[in-house]
Design a protein around this ligand. Structure first.
Ligand SMILES: [Zn+2]
Length: 323
């Protein structure tokens, strides 16, 4: 500081030809004040152009505008600003557990056209699983490199040539007719049916397991379309899905409420299975409740899906596609 003053003194000495320390100090202060005002003005101009300010002006309190700017990327924030309106659901959506920033526009669009008053968590779930998208336009190939974690549904399909690599025949004691499935799924089923038998006295039976693309075409034609997927969009083609009832309750309805049916739903995750189409989320997936349809995903994933109480489609969108 002392050295700076000496420099300024020298400057004034050169300029005025005199050694005038009393002129140097106020001039320096004045110069610094001008500089401070200039910096402040620049900051003001920058702020007026910031997304935080623009979002704030749409009616979002400053704290909410800051949160939105932090969570959304530049393009998403621009898109929110372009809407030119305040959406009361924007901030509650961002705070949701399974919020995916890339889906932000679609959440708001869904909310806008929703007439049934869906909750924020339902909007998040419905959009994350792609129920807001038209399969005719948005369906893509299933990523089979995900192995046991692959997702097959209306938006993710298998082509007619896909065949699982590790198909094995299920022991005839556990099926009514010849059925094949992935070896890991069969091994897990054998362990599960053994424990189920010990604890409930009932024998679990596999009604249907692997179905080829061609078999699925005829299954679709023969059955209730509410419960059967079109060829290429059925999990049964993965070899990882099993339709199960019991020897004691072979019909699907009675099996649902039977002791072994209840036991299977409560315990299947311990063996690596998930209930693929649960009752309480049928409005999210758009698939009817299927208490008999289990899907093998491995113990770790099945336990997490079970513990978090979400569907596999939601799990896949949030933990696999989003990461
Ligand atoms: Zn099934």
């Amino acid at each position: 500081m002392h050295e700076t003053l000496l420099h300024i003194k020298q400057f004034f000495k050169t300029w005025t030809g005199r050694d005038n320390r009393w002129l140097a100090v106020p001039c320096t202060i004045a110069a610094l004040l001008v500089l401070a005002v200039a910096v402040k003005s620049c900051q003001g101009i920058v702020y007026l152009n910031s997304n935080e300010h623009k979002i704030n002006r749409l009616g979002y309190p400053l704290e909410e505008a800051r949160l939105l700017v932090t969570v959304l990327n530049e393009a998403q924030a621009d898109s929110l600003i372009a809407r030119q309106e305040h959406d009361t659901l924007a901030v509650p959506l961002v705070k949701e557990r399974y919020f995916i920033a890339a889906n932000f526009d679609r959440y708001l669009a869904y909310h806008k056209r929703d007439t049934l008053g869906a909750s924020t968590s339902d909007i998040i779930a419905v959009v994350n699983v792609g129920r807001d998208l038209d399969p005719e336009e948005y369906a893509t190939h299933c990523d089979t490199t995900k192995g046991y974690l692959m997702l097959v549904n209306r938006l993710h399909y298998l082509d007619e040539n896909y065949k699982p690599r590790h198909l094995v025949t299920i022991n005839k004691n556990f099926t009514y007719e010849e059925n094949k499935a992935d070896s890991a799924a069969v091994e897990a089923f054998v362990a599960m049916q053994e424990d189920c038998k010990q604890q409930t006295g009932a024998q679990l039976m596999v009604n249907s397991a692997y179905r080829s693309f061609q078999q699925q075409i005829s299954t679709y034609k023969r059955n209730d379309k509410r419960f059967v997927a079109r060829a290429g969009k059925s999990e049964h083609q993965t070899g990882l899905a099993l339709d199960i009832t019991s020897l004691q309750h072979p019909m699907r309805g009675p099996f649902d409420t039977s002791a072994e049916g209840v036991w299977m739903r409560e315990n299947c995750h311990k063996y690596g299975f998930i209930l693929r189409y649960p009752k309480k989320q049928s409005h999210i997936l758009g698939y009817s409740y299927e208490p008999w349809h289990l899907r093998y995903v491995g113990v770790k994933t099945a336990t997490r899906v079970h513990d978090e109480g979400i569907t596999y489609d939601e799990y896949y969108a949030f933990y696999i596609e989003n990461s």
